[in-house]
Write a protein that binds this ligand. Structure first.
Ligand code: ZN
Length: 145
């Protein structure tokens, strides 16, 4: 039982320190340091790049869910789930895209993963805008008929 408090403290410390691969040199680094001990990249910058990449893959998953909900609309009994889901992601996705650009749009980096992430964000943003226009357009068409 004597070990228990120190184990708890250790767990607490671990959870507040984020460990991630350096986007520049791929060595494992953590947020308790000022800069990467291997290549000197600033941790703030490295952490931002890292979350830019993971958030971009999240955008991609949401974009796929638009297609999934669209297809679900045509499944008997699940149609309503598809309609509700499609409306939800049609409005949530543009918001998520804007958030990505606000947070990460100004990042300049030599990291190979980041241009891919930005490319994903560009494609998803275009799809999200087109899908939102389709959704709004359908509604306007229904009201004006
Ligand atoms: Zn590094």
């Amino acid at each position: 039982m004597l070990f228990f408090p120190s184990t708890m403290a250790g767990t607490f410390n671990l959870s507040s320190v984020q460990v991630f691969p350096c986007p520049n040199c791929k060595e494992t680094i953590n947020t308790s340091m000022q800069q990467c001990q291997f290549c000197g990249t600033s941790i703030d910058h490295a952490a931002a790049e890292q979350s830019a990449v993971s958030d971009a893959s999240y955008l991609k998953i949401m974009a796929w869910s638009v297609l999934t909900f669209f297809l679900v609309m045509f499944i008997p009994l699940l149609g309503l789930v598809g309609v509700v889901g499609l409306v939800f992601v049609s409005y949530a996705l543009p918001v998520m895209c804007i958030r990505w650009w606000v947070r990460y749009g100004s990042i300049k980096t030599a990291d190979a993963d980041f241009p891919n992430a930005r490319g994903t964000a560009i494609i998803v943003t275009i799809l999200a805008a087109a899908n939102l226009l389709r959704d709004v357009g359908t509604r306007v068409f229904q009201y004006t008929r």
